[in-house]
Design a binder for this molecule. Structure first.
Ligand code: SF4
Length: 232
């Protein structure tokens, strides 16, 4: 395989070393899949070590219509099953009854409440079966991610989080994906460089910050859904 940039090749070796070390130690783990380029890169690397990883995806009930079909195309490409988890219906109904369907536009507090109900709670429930989960987080994605460590322990959940892609740049990531001809979410071609719920994500202009389209009405230093907030 040839990369445009040799530094992508070095990143592969670096990430595979971290995966071999931690997956060897933990044995049981799960991989987060949220239809982004980072997730297919991570999955591709994990598959080189473990042919049958546990993979999960959160269906918040607010995803783009392309999400389910893209999940299916990745399942087919890698011969895996993606476990789709969902928020508690009663909890969502109570939240919407109290604050309205579009509470996320009302305030940062309500937006975070929605993320908690639709993402964080189902995630924490699912992680109860695992000592370790894997994410495709990269430091370059956001100012909120620059101080992340490759392995972190969350005392609130008692679960370790492994992020073996922290040092990858955006161009290295797409270089790898292109070289391996991995199917990308079609939303990238429509100008979405970061993909979340449809109502909270919009396309960005070429050259704009890649997280600009996520919760675009909020302060960039506050843009996290709660899945990756450090509990200190
Ligand atoms: S991204 Fe928006 S719709 Fe999705 S869970 Fe968060 S606030 Fe709710």
């Amino acid at each position: 395989m040839s990369y445009k940039d040799i530094s992508a090749e070095w990143r592969v070796e670096d990430s595979l070393a971290a995966l071999r070390f931690f997956l060897g130690r933990f044995k049981k783990y799960t991989v987060a899949f949220s239809q982004q380029a980072e997730d297919v890169l991570l999955l591709d690397l994990v598959k080189q070590i473990d042919p049958n990883p546990d993979v999960f995806s959160i269906d918040t009930g607010k995803l783009f219509k392309e999400a389910a079909e893209y999940n299916r195309s990745i399942e087919e490409f890698y011969g895996i099953k993606i476990n789709v988890i969902r928020p508690d219906e009663g909890e969502v109904e109570r939240m919407v009854a109290e604050h309205g369907e579009q509470l996320y536009y009302e305030s940062a507090e309500l937006r975070k409440h929605c993320c908690h109900v639709r993402k964080v709670n189902p995630l924490q429930k699912y992680l109860k079966g695992f000592p370790l989960w894997l994410t495709g987080l990269r430091k370059q994605q956001s100012p909120t991610r620059t101080d992340l460590e490759t392995i972190e322990y969350d005392e609130a959940t008692g679960v370790y989080k492994l992020s073996p892609l922290l040092g990858w740049t955006t161009s290295q990531m797409f270089d790898y994906i292109e070289a391996k001809k991995i199917p990308l979410n079609p939303l990238y071609e429509q100008g979405y460089p970061s993909i979340g719920c449809a109502c909270c994500t919009r396309p960005v202009q070429p050259g704009e910050d890649i997280r600009r389209g996520r919760w675009w009405w909020e302060d960039p230093t506050q843009k996290e859904c709660g899945l990756h907030v450090k509990h200190k």
